[in-house]
Design a binder for this molecule. Structure first.
Ligand SMILES: *Cc1c(COP(=O)(O)O)cnc(C)c1O
Length: 406
C-alpha cells in the first residue's frame, strides 16, 4: 500500500463515523485492522503484546503511553466490538465481558458497596436473581424486588440506601414492559443508578440511555451474536461510570475473548435487519396464535390488547422476537405441544436464527417457588417461543403439528 506522500490520489481517511446513521454505524464504526489490507476486521488472537525497547515497555506499563499490554486489559478486536456497540447504543463507552452475567456482576461489584441496596424487577433473568440473592448479599449489599410495571411499588421500594434500580424490559417470558422514562426519573430523584438489561430488544429496537438510564447491560450471547455460537456480554454507559467497570474487569478478569469479540462484531453488522425480521415473524406468529382454538392467551407486546403495547410502541422501534402463549389445559398439554413439533429447537436459548421452544415453568423458571411463578403469571400451560428467521409458514406448520396433538 502506498501512503499519502507517495500517492496523492489516495482517498481521504474517514475522520469520524459519529455522523453516520444507524445501519452504517453498525457496519463501519470500531473498524480495526492489522497493518495488512484486510477488509474484514482483524482478529487479534494474542494474550500479550511486545515492545520495541525497555523504555517503551515502561511507558506503556505506567500508562504514560496508551497501548495494548495484555489482553485482560485491552485487545484490538475486543475494542472494535466495544466501539461499535457504544456507537449503536448512543453511549460514550461500552465494555465487553465474558458473558451477560459477567456484565451484571461487573456493574454490581464496581459501583456498589457494603450497605447499599438494589431495587430490582421481579422477573429478571433467573441467574441474575441467583447471583444477587446467593452471592452479592454476602458482601453486605441488600436486594429487594418489585413488579416491573408497578410504578408505585418501585417508588415505595426505594430506601435511603438504595443505590441502584435494575430492570429488564420486555420481560421474559411475559413480555411485560417497564416505563423507562418514569423509572429513570425515580432513580434520579433517589440519586441511584438506573441499569437496564437490554438483551431482548438490543440497540436495534430500544436505546434505554435515551430514556434516562445510566447503564445498559447485554447478554451478547443472544441477539448480538444471533446465531448461537458464543458467550459474551457488555456494559454500556458514560465514560465516568465505565472507567470503574473497566477497573473491576482488569483486576478480576471476566473479559471477552478476542475470538468471541470478532464473532459479535460481525453479528452487529446484521443486527438491525435481523431484529426487523425476528419482529416481523413474531408479530405474524402472535396474531396467528391469538386466533387459534387451542390457545387461550398470547403474551406479546406487539398485540394491541397487551397491557404494555402503547409503552412498547413509545420506547421501542419494534416488538422483538419472543412470544409466549398459554394452551388449553395444563402441563401435560403444553408438553404435548412441544413434544409433537419436529423442527423447532427445544432449548432455553433465544436470539438465534433457529426458532426455539421451551416450557418456562419446568425449565427457565423452574427454580422459582410455585407462588413466585403464579405471581409472575407463568402457568403450567405456558409455552415460550423465541421466533427465528425461518419462513414463517414453516414455523406455523410445525407448531400446528404440536397443537393438533392436544
Ligand atoms: C441470557 C441472559 C442473560 C445472561 O447472559 P449470559 O450470556 O448467558 O451470561 C442475562 N439477561 C438476559 C435477559 C438473558 O436472556
Amino acid at each position: 500500500m502506498s501512503d499519502s506522500d507517495s500517492n496523492d490520489n489516495n482517498r481521504p481517511a474517514t475522520e469520524s463515523v459519529a455522523a453516520y446513521q444507524q445501519a452504517t454505524l453498525a457496519i463501519r464504526s470500531g473498524y480495526q485492522r492489522s497493518h495488512e489490507a484486510e477488509h474484514s476486521e482483524a482478529m487479534f488472537l494474542t494474550s500479550s503484546y511486545v515492545f520495541d525497547n525497555a523504555e517503551l515497555a515502561a511507558k506503556h506499563f505506567s500508562n504514560e503511553l496508551q497501548g495494548n499490554v495484555y489482553s485482560r486489559y485491552t485487545n484490538p478486536t475486543v475494542r472494535a466490538f466495544e466501539e461499535r456497540l457504544a456507537a449503536m447504543e448512543g453511549a460514550e463507552q461500552a465494555v465487553a465481558t465474558s458473558s451477560g452475567m459477567a456484565a451484571t456482576l461487573s456493574v454490581v461489584m464496581s459501583l456498589l458497596q457494603s450497605g447499599d441496596h438494589i431495587l430490582c424487577s421481579k422477573d429478571v433473568f433467573g441467574s441474575t436473581r441467583v447471583m444477587l440473592n446467593n452471592y452479592i448479599v454476602k458482601f453486605g449489599v441488600q436486594v429487594s424486588y418489585v413488579s416491573l410495571t408497578d410504578l408505585d411499588a418501585w417508588q415505595q421500594g426505594i430506601q435511603p440506601n438504595t443505590k441502584m434500580l435494575f430492570c429488564e424490559t420486555p420481560s421474559n417470558p411475559m413480555s411485560e414492559i417497564a416505563d423507562l422514562e418514569a423509572l429513570a426519573a425515580l432513580s434520579k430523584k433517589a440519586r441511584a443508578l438506573f441499569v437496564v438489561d437490554n438483551c431482548f430488544c438490543t440497540p436495534a429496537l430500544q436505546k434505554p440511555l435515551q430514556w434516562g438510564a445510566d447503564i445498559v447491560v447485554h447478554s451478547a450471547t443472544k441477539y448480538l451474536d444471533g446465531q448461537g455460537r458464543c458467550l459474551g456480554g457488555a456494559v454500556v454507559g458514560s465514560s465516568e461510570l465505565m472507567e470503574k467497570v473497566v477497573g473491576f474487569l482488569r483486576a478480576a478478569g471476566p473479559t471477552m475473548s478476542p475470538f468471541n469479540a470478532w464473532v459479535f462484531l460481525k453479528g452487529l453488522e446484521t443486527l438491525r435487519i435481523r431484529m426487523q425480521a425476528h419482529s416481523a415473524n413474531a408479530a405474524e406468529l402472535a396474531s396467528w396464535l391469538q386466533n387459534h382454538p387451542k390457545v387461550t392467551k398470547v403474551f406479546y407486546a406487539g398485540l394491541e390488547g397487551h397491557p404494555g403495547h402503547s409503552l412498547a410502541k413509545k420506547q421501542q422501534s419494534d416488538f422483538g422476537g419472543v412470544v409466549s402463549f398459554a394452551v388449553v389445559g395444563g402441563r401435560e398439554q403444553a408438553w404435548t405441544v412441544i413434544n409433537n413439533t419436529r423442527m423447532l429447537s427445544l432449548t432455553a436459548n433465544l436470539g438465534d436464527t433457529k426458532t426455539t421452544i421451551v416450557h418456562p415453568a419446568t425449565t427457565t423458571h423452574g427454580r422459582l417457588s410455585d407462588e413466585e411463578r403464579q405471581q409472575a403469571g407463568i402457568g403450567e400451560n405456558l409455552i415460550r417461543i423465541a421466533v427465528g428467521l425461518e419462513d414463517i409458514i414453516d414455523i406455523k406448520n410445525d407448531l400446528q403439528l404440536g397443537l393438533d396433538a392436544i
